[in-house]
Design a protein around this ligand. Sequence first.
Ligand code: 2HG
Ligand code: ZN
Length: 488
Amino acid sequence: MPACPAPNAPSADLLSRLAALLGPAGLLTEQSDVEPFCTDWRALYHGRAAAVLRPANTAELAQAVALCARDGVAMVPQGGNTSMVGGATPDASGRAVVICLSRMNRVRRIDPVDLTMEVEAGVTLKAAQDAAREAGLMLPLSISSEGSAQIGGVLATNAGGNNTVRYGNARELVLGLEAVLPDGQVFHGLRRLRKDNTGYALRQLFVGSEGTLGIISTAILQLQPQPRAVEAALCALADPAAALALFAAFRAQDPALIQAFEYMSGAGMDLVTTLVPGASLPLSEPAPAYVLVELATPRANADLRTALEDVLGAALEDGTVSDAVIAESEGQRLALWKLREEHAEAQRRAGASIKNDVSVPVSHVPDLIARASAACVALVPGIRPAPFGHIGDGNIHFNLVQPEGMDPAAFLAMDHRIMDTVADIVRDLDGSFSAEHGVGRLKPYMMPDWRGGAELATMRRIKEAIDPGCVMNPGAVFPSDEQPDAPA
Ligand code: 2HG
Ligand code: ZN
């Protein structure tokens, strides 16, 4: 890709046109108003921006993008600002504008026959789930940050989460998409068709592009019937291999019943139960590993409890599982999920942590956890591996908490060495350096090594064709000399 032209700062004339277009609620230029949009959720990146644009609809968004593009002003799309990899944070130059979608927050329509919902980009994932539930349906995408994460960002990053094992990633749920291209043209792909072989599936180009090809404005998502029965259990196990044996047992019984299959290490669970108020282990003693399994079915008269008890009974008998508790009420089910969903928060409370959102073939997860733990402890004595995540997808959050008493800044300064140590093992196990969090601004430095050759060259050509002025989310995904790869 030829070097990108340096982006321009917005002129006074551009800002006054944007003010006329977007109105007082749609343009923030006071630095105190702009600042909250300039730091990422993990506080790894501290950027600056000339303004925050808050369009109320697609027409305003498209016109604002066209005005910025014409003046060579860089745009950073931002949804709920929950990126784990700094994907939505402007750089330190202060020349870019942040485009925030939160005013485009309508659930436009739910169709119970087509099993679809049409949602604007700024709807939070939780609000979209609630709207589907009220209509007697289910939006089967669930991630820890769903209360803040917005549909546009969820799709732009192809989020995965807890239900991928059954329903796939965000990509699999997108039937139609509307997006504003970097020059302000609108891609009108809001179709709700199950079959539509009419050339390239352009909508999929935007899913996972992390805002580098345009801004998703509205989507049509595929829904599922609401489950009539849900059962969840927390299981104690000796190690990750036992977790895979349990996964195989549930799959052998009926793969269509498994809605979530989540792994937690003993170390990660200890952090949750000691650091998160109200979190306690409902088992008689701590274990080296845990699985939270959830079964669900839309079938009437399905005896899901017996299905769960059958597999767990056999697993307790043959020693795969050492102890287990089944949720007896909705409150207990939510309490089990709290132990899983509070992992990120517990790790934040424990000090600085380095996250490795990686994937390997499911069968390699035990090797990954054993080898990466040993390598990281050898590199940084006292480091605390706390792996957890979506073991049913082979997606482990191989997170490492700083050694007790170590200066957090000194630990974070080792981020590339630690990430590279884990990544070498992931590569050896045929995995990926980013499973569901994306590349953002944290991992572009890994792209040439992992996705070099024809793959990265093709991505660059697509980027160049759609965004020749490099105005869309510069600094994300693609490595370049001008675009720093480490936290500012
Ligand atoms: C989750 O699965 C999220 O809870 C966050 O993807 C994982 O904190 C993390 O690394
Ligand atoms: Zn996750």
